[in-house]
Design a protein around this ligand. Structure first.
Ligand code: NA7
Length: 557
């Protein structure tokens, strides 16, 4: 165990604030993206400073410590591929890793590659201004650091700005209040308590079965139900893991980088046992059930890959949704509760499908009750609970799992100014624009890892993060070789890319989802489908083609 781990923090011990410090590159965020970025830049001989708001590494996995928090991509696929030694030596214990295990992994990576010494923890960047004359980015933090570098990389995550509900009286509640995305590090014991959960997205769907095991009474306050499929999680069979690791390179190359989502978990269900259909339209209910059962019983988000036209054809989608509705009714004993749990307001998959462990069955417990807020909305939160239009629910603890200002939230929370003081917030007033989700015209040498306009949240984030970091490093090397000092997208190339991203999204059912992919969960946020929906394989080819064509669409100065 390193000294820093012994202190239980990333550790800033002995460090003063930066005052006008000069670096070759500045990185914001020390999650998976920021850490790999730092590792690569350092290998290029750059002097790098990383600022991180948390007191340790891990990003999403540092903050989201709610009970049941778990990755929805399989652990063998949701891991770095850049170091064959790392991928061989790290042993995952479960098919889907829990948050504590992922956090241990990130901390191991930080130590193994000696990354902490260039990271300043508990530093929140508030300004990033481009100085055109000196071609430098000047950053400052809320804690008083100032630093400057020609390159600035935002590794700020896609789901890192929590969204609190705008409910009357929220602050009046006198019981214990918890936020899924800001969970106490020491954990929470709900034994004997009357607990309320607001929200039924992925976070809540993972937390509810765990809280239900402890609480005396759990009331789930649901506004909109979500589709969820079972993870079928369990211990990772060491023999399977070993065999998988023997083919890690092939797996990474073909299943993760080449396929659409990058989840790369096909080998868990061998192809011969994973029936797929091009279209649901000619299939009977029984035939759909036979296909979907395979995926339901073997588990995971690959369920949405079973029927190819489910993402593009409403009728096909409705058939898959009907299968899940039937499943919910077959699991949940109370008919009214089952009906309330069936999503009918969006096509299945157009909001990120949740992957759960015993979520629906949890409603069969005597101590769990679902309140349908569509029928009885919350009127206000009181000192002792929640007042709906029908009743007052007495609570000792209230858990908020109400989502995030996704994809643009973390970037727009900072004051980012490019050439001539143009603010990113103004450029993005009608929704984010970018070239390849990597750069924005007018903001030279500012890179966004998994930014809007790239596959990001529609993919296995590890795959997309590594691809972006590698792209950025290749681009910086290209600049070094060509003695160029600045890069930014041409406005025309950016406009074309934005149009293309929209075209691809509009050919799918995604825009009908009313999801955080669109910004629909944040009042006043422009509704634009933000991720690139063509898949990681296609996107990688586009990026490779851009590079091969002498960085088509980028301007070097
Ligand atoms: P999500 O998926 O955005 O879910 C947020 C939930 O909170 C959702 O059920 C919302 O219902 C609910 N919500 C938000 N505001 C309110 C109010 N005011 N009243 C009642 N309910 C409310 O966030 P998660 O953290 O669960 O998951 C985010 C991603 O993290 C997930 O997709 C995975 O990729 C990992 P609504 O739908 O708005 O009616």
């Amino acid at each position: 165990m390193s000294d820093q781990q012994a202190q239980g923090k990333g550790s800033n011990q002995g460090y003063t604030t930066d005052q006008g410090a000069t670096f070759d590159a500045l990185v914001v965020g020390a999650g998976f993206a920021g850490l790999y970025m730092l590792h690569r830049l350092r290998a290029m001989g750059m002097r790098v400073r990383v600022y991180e708001a948390g007191d340790n590494v891990g990003g999403t996995w540092y903050w989201n410590r709610y009970p049941g928090a778990r990755c929805d991509a399989e652990s063998l696929a949701y891991s770095y591929s850049f170091s064959p030694e790392l991928e061989q030596e790290w042993q995952w214990s479960e098919r889907y890793a829990s948050q504590p295990e992922i956090l241990r992994y990130v901390e191991h990576v930080a130590d193994r590659f000696d990354l902490r010494r260039d990271i300043r923890f508990e530093r929140r960047v508030n300004h990033a201004h481009y100085d055109s004359q000196n071609q430098r980015w000047n950053l400052s933090t809320e804690q008083g650091d100032t630093a400057t570098a020609p390159i600035c990389i935002m590794a700020t995550g896609c789901l890192s700005v929590p969204q609190l509900p705008d409910i009357d009286g929220l602050d009046d509640f006198q019981g214990a209040r918890y936020q899924a995305s800001h969970w106490p590090h020491e954990g929470v014991d709900f034994s004997g308590l009357r607990v309320g959960v607001i929200g039924t997205g992925s976070s809540a769907i993972q937390a509810i079965p765990e809280i239900a095991k402890q609480a005396a009474q759990l009331t789930v306050l649901q506004r909109t139900p979500n589709f969820s499929v079972p993870a079928q999680n369990g211990p990772l069979d060491p023999e399977f893991a070993q065999a998988f690791k023997a083919n890690y390179r092939d797996h990474r190359r073909y299943h993760q980088r080449g396929l659409s989502s990058g989840f790369g978990d096909l080998e868990v269900v061998p192809r011969e046992r994973a029936p797929m259909a091009e279209s649901a339209l000619p299939l009977s209910k029984q035939e759909i059930a036979e296909i979907c059962d395979t995926y339901w019983n073997t588990g995971g988000a690959r369920f949405m890959g079973a029927i190819a036209d489910a993402f593009i054809n409403e009728e096909a989608n409705a058939k898959v949704a009907a299968y899940v509705h039937d499943k919910i009714h077959s699991i949940v004993q109370d008919g009214q509760t089952a009906a309330a749990l069936c999503p009918t307001d969006h096509p299945i998959g157009t909001k990120r499908i949740c992957v759960d462990t015993n979520y629906y069955a949890t409603y069969n417990r005597d101590n769990v009750r679902l309140v349908n807020l569509r029928q009885t909305p919350i009127e206000q939160i009181t000192a002792t609970g929640v007042q709906t239009s029908q009743e007052h629910i007495e609570l000792d603890a209230l858990v908020l799992a109400t989502g995030f200002d996704a994809m643009t939230g973390a970037l727009l929370r900072m004051d980012i100014q490019g050439v001539d003081g143009v603010r990113l917030a103004d450029q993005w007033q009608a929704g984010p624009v970018s070239y390849l989700g990597l750069m924005v015209s007018g903001f030279p040498n500012l890179f966004t890892v998994t930014g809007p306009g790239s596959p990001s949240v529609l993919s296995n984030m590890m795959v997309s993060i590594e691809q972006h970091v590698d792209f950025i490093c290749d681009c910086l090397e290209h600049m070094r070789d060509g003695q160029k000092t600045t890069v930014e997208p041409a406005a025309a190339a950016q406009a074309q890319w934005v149009e293309h991203v929209n075209e691809v999204a509009n050919a799918t059912l995604f825009p009908k989802g009313g999801s955080w992919y669109l910004g629909a969960n944040v009042e006043g946020k422009p509704q634009v489908f933000m991720p690139y929906a063509a898949g990681v394989g296609v996107y990688r080819e586009v990026c490779e083609d851009v590079v091969a064509d002498d960085y088509r669409g980028f301007q070097f100065g």
